[in-house]
Design a protein around this ligand. Structure first.
Ligand code: ADP
Length: 320
């Protein structure tokens, strides 16, 4: 393999830069030319491609976002769009492609692989919503960002004797709410995977107040139980406890990647390059039981995510 390409696609995640760096450096180490494709499949269709060298990935391991930029590309979902992309890959002599993104980006990668381009997927998304891997790049950083916010909210919440709903990302996957809730000592954790009862949430707040608790945190995954502000109003009406809402939003996507995400991204980037060198295609890399693994992309995408019910139960036990 003489030339490979790398792109980031879908929602950005801290640690994507560390993964790009690893792909570029591992490629160059193995005498492979590495082309950086800008703005995901958009840049692939439009030929926004440049050769990367050692210095184009210098000083980025610690930066959030992605130096290659990212985008969503409807055109790539069409046969015609992908034909254009295949032509561009041919023109640039790109024989192998590393796609850093989430499940949508992987579906695109799978289609390129079926069309004969050797593709490897690296999981880059803060949501941690890919079933085949224990961690996706960016999740740990997002978790720490949320935890930092909870800590700050706790200070002001305690001063006023308030309850706080903290809304985090995870419309279909409650991992951020779950693990930040556990690490942040939340009283209630509301996730898409589990039914919740507003009566339970209120009962906990009232019990907490009666034993002199000064603050309460309710972790809420976005889009669950309707609008966070309406939920806050309802809780306030039932409990009489002033309830504030903080929607963390895109702050969760930014920031310097954590040590864990940098290490994961570096290992996965290097693994993706070695798979291409071995001539593999249509595979994704990830981490299972603390080991770097690779798996058929089709199999990985068809796996059903298992919600961590035990940790969810633990959040309930520890917040009695
Ligand atoms: P993520 O990769 O974070 O899940 P998206 O679901 O938005 O993000 O997907 C990113 C991009 O991947 C899309 O904009 C599109 O270009 C490509 N993609 C998604 N689904 C498909 C599909 N079914 N076929 C081809 N390309 C797809």
């Amino acid at each position: 393999m003489k030339t490979i390409g790398v792109l980031t696609s879908g929602g950005d995640a801290p640690g994507m830069n560390a993964a790009i760096r690893a792909v570029v450096r591992a490629g160059i180490y193995n005498n492979i030319k590495v082309m950086g494709i800008e703005r995901g499949y958009n840049g692939l269709i439009n030929g926004n491609i440049k050769e990367m060298n050692l210095s184009s990935v210098a000083d980025i391991i610690h930066r959030g976002g992605t130096v290659l930029k990212t985008a969503r590309c409807e055109e790539f979902k069409t046969e015609e769009g992908r034909k254009k992309a295949l032509n561009v890959l041919k023109v640039f002599g790109i024989e192998g492609l590393v796609v850093i993104g989430g499940d949508g980006s992987f579906t695109g990668a799978q289609k390129l692989s079926e069309a004969g381009i050797k593709t490897i997927g690296i999981p880059g998304t803060i949501d941690n919503d890919l079933a085949y891997t224990d961690y996706t790049i960016g999740f740990d950083t997002a978790l720490n960002t949320v935890l930092d916010a909870i800590t700050k909210i706790r200070d002001t919440s305690a001063s006023h004797g308030r309850a706080n709903i903290v809304e985090v990302m995870g419309r279909h996957c409650g991992d951020i709410a779950l693990y930040a809730g556990l690490a942040g000592g939340a009283e209630s954790v509301i996730v898409p995977e589990e039914e919740f009862s507003i009566d339970d949430v209120c009962r906990k707040l009232i019990q907490g107040r009666s034993r002199g608790k000064l603050h309460s945190i309710i972790m809420l995954a976005e889009g669950i139980g309707g609008n966070a502000f309406e939920l806050g109003k309802e809780i306030e009406e039932v409990t009489g406890i002033e309830t504030k809402v903080t929607v963390l939003g895109h702050i969760q996507r930014g920031g310097n990647p954590s040590a864990f995400d940098r290490i994961l991204a570096s290992k996965l980037g290097a693994k993706a390059v070695s798979l291409l060198i071995e001539g593999k295609s249509g595979r994704v890399v990830g981490m299972k039981d603390h080991k770097i693994i690779d798996m058929d992309i089709h199999e990985a995408l068809s796996m059903e995510r298992q919600f961590d019910k035990e940790t969810y139960k633990l959040t309930k036990i520890l917040s009695i």
